[in-house]
Write a protein that binds this ligand. Structure first.
Ligand code: MG
Length: 268
């Protein structure tokens, strides 16, 4: 082969190879069933949470919802007004079919505190009973679901990183009772070429009990197939409309962007 044609041939081979790998990974997802990423073992132990499970916002928190209005939020469909209902008791309740909502502001590393309540829709079960969810950077879901006598796959129950990692224990309250999530989330880091430098991590404290302990997130939440990272920046927090009248209240957030001192930089 002559030397002028050689680079062209190499890039042609590269393009063909890339096309083939994209096609293969699409085909893999098409072949997979949702059940292939749903696991039921080991059993998650039930624990009874303590009395005090709610926390007021500290002074540097951004108040995302305090019962008065949804000014910090917009609909994910087209960015319009939030159509969820603000109830007399200060709860923001999903109106099924109106769609997901998201913060107007984008976030990376955060502490997010949120209180939630499963509706008493006992005629439903599993993933259809009190399903909602909190999506960090619009991609990574910490599941919200009725976890009181409501068996489902453990990596899809409340307190799970959905379709990834089950909670350490189940400190669930009964449906109709308020629960709390105090979550610290570290965004994934990407290299300049878009490859993953550091995966996202999440710590979830559910009703005062640690259920995710600095857990690695393996990529965006996928209902079917395996997660796979793609480079991105800050993005809104989203709350899911999953056709269930889940309620939220007392939502606040603290971006974790402050610099820290570390002795490591001073060690030989
Ligand atoms: Mg969900």
């Amino acid at each position: 082969m002559n030397t002028i044609l050689k680079p062209t041939f190499i890039s042609l081979v590269t393009v063909l190879f890339l096309l083939l790998s994209v096609a293969t990974s699409c085909a893999q997802d098409q072949q997979m069933e949702p059940e292939e990423t749903e696991f039921y073992e080991p059993e998650v132990a039930k624990v009874e949470p303590g009395e005090d499970i709610f926390i007021d916002a500290p002074s540097d928190a951004i108040i995302l919802f305090d019962g008065s209005d949804t000014d910090q939020w917009q609909s994910v469909n087209g960015g319009g007004e939030v159509e969820w209902e603000i109830e007399d008791d200060g709860a923001l309740t999903v109106v099924p079919g109106t769609g997901w909502i998201e913060t107007k502001e984008s976030f990376g590393d955060v502490q997010l505190y949120i209180e939630w309540r499963s509706p008493m829709n006992m005629e439903h079960e599993g993933q259809d009973r009190g399903n909602s969810g909190i999506f960090f950077q619009s991609l990574y879901e910490v599941q919200v679901l009725d976890a009181w006598n409501n068996p489902t796959y453990i990596n899809g129950m409340a307190g799970s990183v959905y379709k990834q990692t089950s909670p350490l224990v189940n400190p669930s309250k009964r449906p109709g009772e308020w629960e709390s999530y105090n979550i610290s989330y570290k965004a994934p880091r990407f290299n300049d070429d878009g490859s993953l430098a550091e995966p996202a991590r999440v710590t979830v404290i559910w009703n005062g009990v640690v259920v995710q302990n600095n857990t690695e997130i393996y990529g965006p939440t996928e209902y079917i197939g395996y997660p796979e990272y793609e480079a991105h920046g800050k993005a809104p927090i989203q709350l899911q409309d999953h056709d269930s009248k889940v309620s939220y209240r007392n939502i606040w957030i603290r971006p974790l962007d402050n610099e820290q001192f570390s002795i490591q930089d001073h060690m030989e």
